[in-house]
Design a protein around this ligand. Sequence first.
Ligand SMILES: Cc1cc2nc3c(=O)[nH]c(=O)nc-3n(C[C@H](O)[C@H](O)[C@H](O)COP(=O)(O)O)c2cc1C
Length: 199
Amino acid sequence: MNRVIKDTGSKYPIIQAPMGWIARSQLASAVCEAGGMGIIETSSGEIDNCKKEIQIMSELTDKPFGVNLPLLFLKDDSMVKFCVEAGVRFVTTSAGDPTKYIKVLKDAGITVYHAVPSLEGSIKAANAGVDGLVVEGTEGGGFKSPVEVGLLVLIQSIKQNLDLPIIAAGGIVDGAGMAAVFAAGAEGIQMGTRFVSSA
Ligand SMILES: Cc1cc2nc3c(=O)[nH]c(=O)nc-3n(C[C@H](O)[C@H](O)[C@H](O)COP(=O)(O)O)c2cc1C
């Protein structure tokens, strides 16, 4: 079975990217209902609002959803603790070193994928014990690494070095883009910009 489907529990290996203020319950639950994996953002830093958004998800959908923990932007461990207590099953970490919270998340039985922009970052994440990678090419929107590596090159170089499941992100907007990254070795896709521009 496709490892991303197994890890997310969603019908399709299509992940809606976490995006500050945008990736809240309205968008995320609609994506979950359509068979993808909706992710709630926490990068806005609006901790109380984000906690409410996570709680509301179970009223809006009975499908699995996830939460993003952007490590550099977390002031303390309160969001991490909240995810554990709220029974969140899938987390993506990004913008930082996953080592910091991997143990507490894994001990709670949460599946953790870490977002990486480079082969070096992916090796560090693998050593930290993550379950999978969100591989973000320079084509992507949002907060980006200054090291610019194209998505197809990045996926293939990581595939040659690691056997972790890969969710590809950056510039994917349709089935052709999805097929291209699957051909390169990805098992799932994450789209941000495309979901910003959807009703
Ligand atoms: C407006 C915006 C905000 C974003 N905020 C986050 C974030 O909070 N955390 C994160 O891990 N990625 C964030 N990203 C990056 C996305 O997760 C994703 O990797 C990227 O959007 C993929 O490229 P695409 O926009 O071409 O689909 C953001 C992207 C956009 C466009």
